[in-house]
Design a binder for this molecule. Structure first.
Ligand code: ADP
Length: 337
């Protein structure tokens, strides 16, 4: 198996977390792209401000790294309220959820990442909380147990999910705004890369930025990570500026082609072609054979490969398209189909 680059994985090291934080847009003018969504959000924000009411609950969905967390932080800043950031995998006890909700202040934002992973018992606490700003707490145990209803501050829930389809209908119905984040164009990613370079204190040419943008799979988080790798090479080679030549050199070392396909993705496609004659192959089999997690395949690999037209999802499973075969230098020969 080839060495993995894993640019798409969530931040794990302290350095990665720091980088992510330091490059986050600090105001709406630094938040590039997603124009339609930003327009709608601004209307909602200014209306809430004029009415002196908290914002409606918002659900953001789309693949990881597209800017859901960043946008939520910006909304809080614009509204002048605090934001509490948590995740559907981080809370597992009813008491924890109740504590989070009762500790919010009027107008605060509660951001729950990966909200589709929230256990259903906790989801049920959210229903009255979102609708009536009340929660039910059980005191005591057994026959003597009593339920009391507590008022909680009027807050705004912002949920983020990579899997809108996994959200239960009652939870989804309680969001006033449901907004999709789209992949970014190369031009937009180029802007993000130039902005990040400035924050990192490194100069970059237009062509250098576009070279990185092309390989970023439409995702700002990947753009920032690739930029950092190219910046490392610039430092090592004593280059004052990142240009096209330097960027290309780094991508050759990283084995990332001009569409952002790395060895991990190539292996993934080759497995479907060689082991399953190009498919169709089910997700379960793919996770078993590639050793990748289901979420990684569904949230990260597939949307990107489908966007490039290299695979298709059919009711019987995934298939590599003719374009996919050609891309990898295979012929759509008899044996393969
Ligand atoms: P998500 O929550 O969707 O996984 P994040 O909000 O954590 O994504 O974004 C990942 C990183 O990408 C952020 O740290 C930020 O630097 C960058 N980023 C995301 N969206 C934008 C954008 N629209 N403009 C500029 N930078 C962005």
């Amino acid at each position: 198996m080839a060495k993995k680059n894993d640019f798409f994985k969530p931040d794990t090291t302290e350095e990665e977390k720091f980088l992510e934080k330091s490059l986050r847009p600090i105001n709406f003018s630094e938040y590039i792209g997603q124009e339609e969504l930003i327009k709608n959000l601004k209307i909602a924000i200014y209306s809430a401000q004029k009415r002196k009411k908290p914002l409606d609950h918002i659900l953001f969905y789309g693949p990881p790294g597209l800017g859901k967390t960043s946008l939520s932080i910006l909304i809080a800043r614009e509204m002048g309220v605090s934001i509490k950031i948590t995740s559907g995998v981080a809370i597992d006890k009813k008491g924890d959820m109740a504590a989070i909700l009762t500790n919010l202040n009027e107008g605060d934002i509660l951001f729950i990442d990966e909200i589709h992973r929230l256990p259903s018992s906790l989801e049920e606490i959210l229903y009255p909380a979102m609708e009536d700003f009340q929660i039910d707490i059980v005191i005591g145990e057994g026959p003597g147990a009593k339920t009391i209803r507590l008022e909680i501050p009027h807050f705004t829930l912002i949920g983020a999910t990579t899997r809108i389809g996994l959200l239960t209908p009652p939870l989804r119905a309680r969001f006033g705004m449901v907004e999709k984040l789209n992949f970014y164009s190369v031009k937009e990613l180029g802007e993000i890369i130039k902005q990040s370079s400035e924050k990192l204190g490194v100069s970059i040419t237009e062509e250098g930025a576009l070279e990185i943008a092309k390989r970023s799979r439409g995702i700002p988080r990947i753009a920032n990570r690739l930029l950092k790798r190219v910046r490392d090479l610039a430092v090592v080679e004593d280059k004052k500026e990142i240009d096209e030549v330097l960027a290309k050199k780094m991508f050759e070392l990283l084995k990332i082609d001009e569409n952002g396909i790395d060895m991990t993705l190539k292996d993934f496609l080759v497995t479907i072609i060689e082991k399953f004659n190009g498919g169709p192959v089910g997700l379960k089999t793919l996770t078993a054979i590639t050793g990748e997690e289901r979420d990684t395949i569904e949230d990260i690999y597939e949307p990107f490969l489908m966007q490039l037209g290299l695979i298709e999802r059919t009711p019987r499973g995934r298939i590599v398209t003719e374009k996919g075969y050609r891309y990898l230098g295979y012929k759509k020969g008899k044996k393969l189909f």
